[in-house]
Design a protein around this ligand. Structure first.
Ligand code: C5P
Length: 251
């Protein structure tokens, strides 16, 4: 069966209030709250990503609000601790009803297995099980940092591939990676191992602080399963148009 594919909006806002105001803009047409079905996006409201800043500011209530409004939620907290602590924390997160969550693959296979166990225990009452994915290496880590600070002497692409294989061995569903790495990761870990790729820009966009970017159409060709798009949508004059364009180019 082909992997589910979608556009995930990175909601890097400071507060629940700002987030809900933005989501209202993207889901309201002529002042009526509409579901994405009505504007031709398929089932449900946009898939959203909530990161550490917003989660630490607003707590789990933010997740409950988003779920109550019909959004799928990727909770981007990148857990990394001893297996027992990660398992117990993931059990709590599973109870929120999130759709996707992540850990650092550098925590090792045992930690990732514990994360998955905890998550599934926590999500036992939900029919749709959350996906658990791993961060291989942060895109802010370059070869220089890898070799001279982390003392890892293998090339970055080898490290990324090995960490993805570790994630698969632990039973995780996929990894966060650059769209440039998606094909290699699918080749190494299988077509059903999902690649969730940030660093997406429209052809005419400013790159902001992203170094290697692809358009939604290029990410589709590269084999990304989910694209994570922040500022090209959240900072657009008409976010709903930018979101629609992402969907049209990517799906
Ligand atoms: O605004 P922009 O499209 O650059 O947002 C990308 C989102 O993806 C941000 O929330 C950022 O933290 C996240 N991200 C990333 N690169 C990674 C992992 C996550 O840009 N390697």
């Amino acid at each position: 069966m082909a992997n589910e594919r979608d556009v995930i909006i990175a909601c890097d806002f400071k507060s629940a209030d700002e987030t809900i105001k933005f989501l209202d803009r993207i889901t309201r047409v002529r002042n009526e709250v509409v579901s994405c079905d009505d504007i031709g996006f398929g089932a449900g409201r946009p898939y959203v990503k909530i990161g550490m800043e917003l989660f630490y500011a607003e707590g789990p209530d933010m997740i409950r609000q988003l779920k109550a409004r019909g959004h799928k939620v990727f909770l981007d907290l990148k857990l990394h601790d001893i297996p027992n602590t990660v398992k117990k924390s993931m059990q709590v997160i599973g109870g929120y009803g999130v759709d996707m969550v992540n850990v650092h693959a550098s925590g090792g296979v045992e930690m990732m297995k514990a994360a998955k166990e905890g998550l599934l225990l926590g999500a036992a009452r939900f029919a749709d099980k959350p996906k658990l994915i791993a961060v291989t290496q942060l895109t802010s880590t370059d070869e220089e940092t890898l070799h001279n600070q982390l003392l890892i002497d293998r090339p970055m692409d080898e490290v990324v591939k090995k960490y993805a294989l570790n994630a698969r061995e632990a039973g995780l569903d996929g990894v966060v990676c650059s769209a440039f790495e998606a094909a290699e990761i699918h080749e190494a870990c299988g077509a059903d191992f999902i690649t969730v790729t940030p660093g997406i820009r429209f052809a005419e966009n400013n790159r902001d602080d992203q170094k290697r970017v692809m358009t939604p159409a290029q990410a589709k060709l590269a084999g990304s399963d989910y694209i994570v798009v922040g500022r090209p949508i959240t900072a657009a004059d008409r976010p709903i148009d930018a979101y629609t364009r992402c969907k049209e180019e990517f799906l």
